[in-house]
Design a binder for this molecule. Structure first.
Ligand code: TPP
Ligand code: SF4
Length: 244
């Protein structure tokens, strides 16, 4: 029988340990497929975050380094500068990238490091139990703001794409929204573009993916998609912020 679909070689045979319906699994697959399509699996080094994706090295068949919490852009910078013929990416949640790792991402972007960053914004700290993140929406209830995020006490959500797009260093910054077949296709295209830019030597690329955490939002995966479309996109509008 003719084979019409094959699991990408970019993934190992290890089953994903993510909660059912979590975006991490499908986003890993998109990154893995991209590496296979661009024929760069053998020369790619990924840097995993501290967060639910901490075990990314179990799932991806390229080389992976584990970085301390938030330090992935600094580790990716070091790898890329020492072995510039490698393709280097970091994969980071919002707690990792936009909280403890704020300095690292801002300075890697400002330096225009030739790396690709995949930023998973699910508005919470998934791994540690659903605490408030820098991207938590106003009035969103989390375990550390059980009555809802109150700007007078907790401040406002950080828009990473908008903030980094003010810098001269980055080459490509886009926010995507994988909640529909078209949204998934756009997300894959954006991830691919981030890697193509690095291959072309264009410098720093970041793709922010509006994502879910069905477990801590206490929603079904479908409800989380609705929340992304109806609530998250109002605060974090999808679009291309830089492409040069
Ligand atoms: C230095 C340090 N501080 C705190 C922690 C605890 N910690 C582990 S994961 C995490 C947050 C992860 O959230 P996020 O980056 O949003 O990823 P998600 O789990 O939602 O994918 C925190 C605070 C840690 N491991 N190391
Ligand atoms: S806790 Fe949330 S982010 Fe982590 S795997 Fe489960 S659904 Fe995904």
């Amino acid at each position: 029988m003719e084979k019409v679909f094959e699991r990408t070689k970019g993934l190992t045979d290890t089953e994903f340990g993510y909660c059912p319906g979590c975006h991490h699994s499908v986003l890993h697959r998109m990154v893995a497929e991209t590496l296979e399509e661009l024929d760069i699996l053998d020369k790619t080094v990924g840097v995993c975050p501290v967060g639910c994706a901490v075990f990314m090295y179990e799932y991806m068949s390229c080389d992976i380094i584990e970085a301390a919490h938030g330090r992935a852009p600094a580790v990716a910078t070091g790898v890329k500068r020492v072995i510039p013929d490698r393709i280097v990416f970091s994969y980071q949640g919002d707690g990792d990238l936009a909280s403890i790792g704020t300095a690292e991402i801002v300075h890697a972007a400002a330096r225009g490091e030739n790396i690709s960053v995949i930023f998973i914004n699910n508005t919470t700290y998934g791994m540690t139990g659903g605490q408030m993140a820098p991207t938590t929406l106003i009035n969103q209830k989390t375990t550390t703001c059980p009555t809802g995020r109150n700007p007078a006490v907790n401040g406002y959500p950080i828009r990473v794409c908008e903030m980094l797009a003010t810098l001269d260093g980055p080459s490509y910054i886009e926010r995507v929204c994988p909640t529909s077949p078209a949204g998934f296709a756009k997300t894959k295209k954006a991830i691919r573009h981030a890697f193509e830019n690095q291959i072309a030597g264009k410098g720093f690329s970041l793709v922010e993916v509006l994502s879910n955490c069905p477990t801590h939002l206490r929603m079904t995966p479908i409800e989380t998609y609705r929340r992304i479309d109806e609530e998250m996109t109002k605060v974090f509008p999808p679009g291309v912020f830089l492409d040069r």
